[in-house]
Each structure stands twice: as C-alpha cells, then as structure tokens.
Design a protein around this ligand. Sequence first.
Ligand code: C2E
Ligand code: MG
Ligand code: MG
Length: 380
Amino acid sequence: MRLLIIDDEEDICDLIAEIGQRRGLEAKTITSAETVQQVLESFTPDVIMMDLMMPGIDGVELLRLLSAKAKDAKLCLISGSDARVLNSARRLGSAHGLNVIAALEKPLSIQTLNGFFDVVTSNGKEQDAQARAHAIASGEFRLYYQPVIELATRRVKGVEALARWQHPNRGVLLPSDFLDQVTNDGLMQALTDFVIKTSLLQAAEWHRKGERLTLAINVTASALLDLSLPDRISDLCEQHNVPPEMLVLEVTETEAMRDVTRTMDVLLRMRLRNIGVSIDDFGTGHSSLRELQRMPFSEMKIDQSFVTDMGKNKDCAVIVTSIIDLGHNLGLKVIAEGIEDQRVWDMLAEKGCDFGQGFLMGRPMAIENFTLWLDSWRKG
Ligand code: C2E
Ligand code: MG
Ligand code: MG
C-alpha cells in the first residue's frame, strides 16, 4: 500500500511516515502545497493523510484537487482546529466523493496513529463488523442533541437525538459513516435499543428537573416490524418515570415499509400510548404521500434539501409552503429541518410552520454543550 502524507510540519510527516513504513506501507511526504499536483501524476496513493491547514493552499481547495486526482484513496484529515471544523471538512470531502475514513485532531499521539493504521491495514470485513458490535456494546456510541424551536415564540420545544460514534482512532463519526454498515451487520436493533435507553435516561433527568422538553429519536422502518417495541418503550417510560408524551419517534425510509399492516400496528400502538410519531425527511423519495395518508403520524418533518435553499430558490419556497399547508390540513404539526439563516426562519414563521431545526439555532451537541446552549438561548 502507498501512503501519501501532506503536512507542512516536517516532524509530523516523519513520524507518520515512520509508523506507516513499520506497517509495510510505502510512504511519500509533501511539505509544500505546490508539489501536490505534480506528485500525484506519478504516485498513486492508497492512503492519504492531509493537514487541512497548509500554507499557500486552503484545505477546501486541496480536497477539490484530491477529488479530481486521487478519488480512490482512503483519506484521513488532520487539523489543529476544533472538531467542528474537522467535521465539516469531513462532510465536504464526502460530498466531493472522497473516501474520508478519519479526521484526527492535532497534536497526534503515537497511539492514535497506530490505531489509525490498524484501521487502514485491516481489510477484513468481519473484523470491522466485530468492531462495530463491540463499539455499540461498550459505549463508544453517543447521542448528540439538536434543539427544535417553536418558530413563532423562540421557545425550545425539545431536541432530536442523533447518533455519533466516538471512535477511538477516527474521531467523531457521523451516521453517514456507519448507518449502512450497522444495518448490513444486522446491528440496527442493538443501535436502536441503545438510542432508546440512552434517550429515556436523558428524558428522565429532564423530567426530574422540571424541564419540559420533547425528545425525538430516529428509527428505521425495520425497527417498526418489532411488535414488542411499543410495550418495551412504555415499560421503560414507566420504569424511569418519563411521561410518554415527551417522546417522538421519527420514522425514516418509510418507503421501505414492506409489511404495512405490521408497521401500522406498531405506530398506532405508539400513538395510543401518547408517544408522538413523525414522518422524517418528508418530500424526498423515501417518504411519500401514501405513507402520510395511511400511517397515524402526529408530526411531519420537511426535508432539509427544500428548506435550506428556500431563501434563494423560489421553487423550494413554493414546495415548502405547499408541504406546510398539506401537513396542517391533515392535522399534523410541521417541523422544518435545515434552517441555516434568519431569512429562512422568517419565511417559515410567516407561512405558519410550527417548529424549526437547523444550524442557525444550534448544531447537534454533546449533552454538556446542549445544557450550556439551552441556558444561553433562554437568556438571549
Ligand atoms: P435526520 O433525522 O433528518 O436528521 C437531521 C440531520 O440533518 C442531522 O444529520 C443533522 O445534523 C442535519 N442538520 C440539522 N440541521 C441542519 C442544517 O441547518 N443544515 C444542514 N446542512 N444539516 C443539518 P446527522 O446527524 O448526520 O444524521 C443524518 C441522518 O442519520 C438522520 O437524518 C437520521 O436519518 C439518521 N440517524 C441519525 N441518528 C440516528 C439513529 O440514532 N438511528 C437511526 N436509525 N438513524 C439515525
Ligand atoms: Mg430525524
Ligand atoms: Mg430529516
């Protein structure tokens, strides 16, 4: 395997190269941005480790260049700035079609680098599946919480819980990095169980403190085939003294609902127990009008792809307006996802959209950060 290291700090290049070579990788280092293109003409790397902050070129430009010249390589981003910058760079890399497998914060320890090369050099799928099973069982998965706001009043309605994998060697991984694999491994139920238990404990703590927040969790269509789910959730609510109306299940991939009767059975029993049920990503190929008509949803979430651009794109604005009306006419509460600027908030509020969620108000946050965010939102 060929390893390319792009970093302006020479000692870091040397350290990574040495560890890589010990694992049998052929390493090449680049310390100045100008030579990247030229090196890629003659050297086809299997693995690239790149610093996002190189003098003379910005990380975004470098990602674009790599996507044109070295799309097949496994890419590891390195940066001295915080996890947030790394995470958006990771998303951007994936959007360019790059295979971003890790994002590491500086300073890099030898242990982290060894862990990274463990991942790179283990091509056994089985080992990966084992690692995922172990990660779910041993608590490497976390829930991040993103606020949901009532648009007319700025009141915090509640949160959506979003899964993150705090990988020991690869940093914080997003659902796009692991959901498909978790599904293929047959581990979705284990993940769903973890999400339900963890969020219920959180809901219990809020309830004890007199916090009136709803907590939404994401479940895939396959989870809804489990006829014991409503009872399991009810039992947990009772056990932890959580009022069921605090909970909302967000159903994604509704089109994958193969067994409609069974799914309807489960959803209806959720509703009869006062648990909310929301149709997620409404408007995309996965959530259709048919599902809306036959399933007992209490809320609808408009897919962010329409919301984010509605300030600039008339068609998006028309679609969003129509979806809001559709939802309201069916007696549903409507939540817009992907609000990134004030203009979009104002447009949605004017159109009567009930709730909103997006980076403008708050990103998904670890619980400590969410608690701080909640305080400052209420003060401001
Ligand atoms: P979702 O349920 O539609 O969640 C919203 C996604 O939009 C989140 O991505 C969130 O970070 C992102 N988002 C929120 N506001 C904005 C914004 O203003 N701009 C942009 N560009 N994005 C925004 P995330 O956390 O990466 O999750 C992706 C998807 O993975 C979720 O989409 C959900 O379908 C799935 N997912 C997340 N956690 C779980 C889980 O615990 N179980 C299951 N089954 N699926 C999950
Ligand atoms: Mg969701
Ligand atoms: Mg969504």
